[in-house]
Design a protein. Structure first.
Length: 124
């Protein structure tokens, strides 16, 4: 019952931008691996992509695309540090269709390959 009350309090007490941010946070947490299309988020939230990007820029100083990428990147760091999953398994888990693309993406973000990063942090 408290969850329902909390939901309705969020729905009706927060300013509209904050309600959208709250719902976006839930969507990102749930779908960041499978949904990279920006339209998915804007359509699910019922706002235009332009408006959603404006909200993201205003509150986070990042575009929606950057927020999705940041969430995927943070998950990759966590998986590399805390699991014994292979680089290939991590890349597929994060929604990359090609493991070498994940390696390039990760290296662009950190300057290191996932394997080198894992070695440096002392993980598996």
């Amino acid at each position: 019952m408290k969850l329902v009350e909390s939901y309705f309090r969020i729905q009706y007490e927060l300013p509209s931008d904050l309600r959208i941010i709250h719902r976006l946070d839930i969507l990102l947490e749930t779908h960041f691996r499978t949904q990279k299309r920006l339209r998915f988020y804007s359509e699910t939230l019922g706002v235009s992509l332009r408006r959603l990007n404006a909200i993201c820029l205003h509150h986070f100083h990042k575009t929606l695309f950057e927020l999705i990428q940041e969430r995927r990147f943070n998950e990759s760091l966590k998986l590399l540090q805390d699991t014994a999953l292979s680089i290939k398994e991590i890349s597929y888990y994060l929604g990359f269709s090609d493991p070498p693309y994940f390696v390039r993406y990760f290296k662009k973000q950190t300057g290191r390959t996932p394997r080198k990063f894992r070695y440096l942090v002392g993980s598996t």
